[in-house]
Design a protein around this ligand. Sequence first.
Ligand code: 13P
Ligand code: ZN
Length: 273
Amino acid sequence: MKDVKTAPFVRDMCKMTANMYRLGWDERNGGNISFMLEEDQVKEYLDIDRPVRNIPMDFDASFLAGKIFIVTGTGKYFKNVIDDPENNLGIIRVAQDGKSIDLLWGYEDGGRPTSELPAHFMSHIERLKVDPDHRVVMHCHCTNVVAMTFIHDLDEREFTRTLWRMCTECMVVFPDGISVLPWMLCGNDEIGRATAEKMKEFRLVVWAAHGIFGTGKDLDEAFGLIETVEKAAELYMKIAHLPIKQSITDQQLWIVADAFGNTPREGFLEPRQ
Ligand code: 13P
Ligand code: ZN
């Protein structure tokens, strides 16, 4: 068996968490990532028939039965993952009844997966239903997106339109827009269900006064979505209080969408002229 710490999926989680920490989006234990792995990939490094321990869950993830994920640990600091992956990360497999997980590797100090596991698993379920290539759910506290939720309308159409107008690339990267949930208590099934409900239609969901959830087929795609939204939110926070002389119009957003062959979310732009 090869050393699991050398596996590309462990290395990529280490690099990603270090990068996100450096960007200031994951203070203390803020943020969490779950990444669905292929069984064959994992078998090169671990005996998947010999779990280290079983961890019960109090929600139903039977849709994901047998699926394997690498997940950041609850209470763990993104900044520490790179030097200590075996304590800060875990590789888990959802049990056949969907009510517990088998730990295959990691959380060596007795830890557990992120407290946001309900939001992650319920989001994986909904994204997999609409996109079989989906693999990653990423949550972080990106500063400007959170700031924006204090001063901007939380209506998802208005929130998306403002972000689209901040830089031309937004329409290229997230023509499907972004959803926004009002403030809710985090770390439980209720916010998990509300997030997953939005994930039926959106790849990005903002939690007001908290952070963002981004999804994708790999770590780069989920990160790239969040990075682009955060950049647009940063621009908004820099200009919102200043007199605006010009902006990108809806007609120009249509031109961008057409040029890149993208379909903006229905009803979010004013009709073409
Ligand atoms: P965990 O440490 O449980 O992953 O929680 C961090 C967080 O961001 C909660 O929303
Ligand atoms: Zn959080």
